[in-house]
Design a protein around this ligand. Sequence first.
Ligand code: SF4
Length: 185
Amino acid sequence: MNICGYIPESVNEGDGLRAVVFISGCRHGCSGCFSRHTWSFQAGERFTDKLQQQLIDEMMQNPLLDGLTIAGGDPFFSAIEVSGFVQQVRQQIPDFSIWIYSGYTWEQLIQSSVEGEVSLLHLCDVLIDGRFIEQQRDVSLRYRGSRNQRIIDIQQSIIQNKPVLCQSSDMYDNNADINAMTTLT
Ligand code: SF4
């Protein structure tokens, strides 16, 4: 597994102040993708155990951080390796929230038979799901590129056996936005 980026502090990839790790590799091929440089699984550098621990140490030393976001590429193409990293974060920084992006939808991931994908989903708190759809692009959206993408509360969705949107009001731009997302569930 390679990473093609790391941001120690960001407010753009999830609620609060978050560290962001970009996992290399994506096969979704969304038209209009702004991250084509992340499609190659060889992009960036090896995410070795040493580098993983280095980033965890750095996150632990920043008391302002609310959590970690894992973006890409699509981290679910490297689900087993990413799960190992997330488990380390969970053990060492238990109060961190963990958000994860995927071009797959909730429905695809929760029913996936690909080894590691369901496990990775269970390890995280929030999923931003779905491919980027150029025709639904909206630069006013928080944390998302297109209107089809949803901000999903993973643990509540598992309990209720359906995709449950995060309800924090400041994640959405207006009621029309959240209503549009709700109709997709
Ligand atoms: S899932 Fe994300 S990184 Fe992959 S092609 Fe789509 S927009 Fe690009």
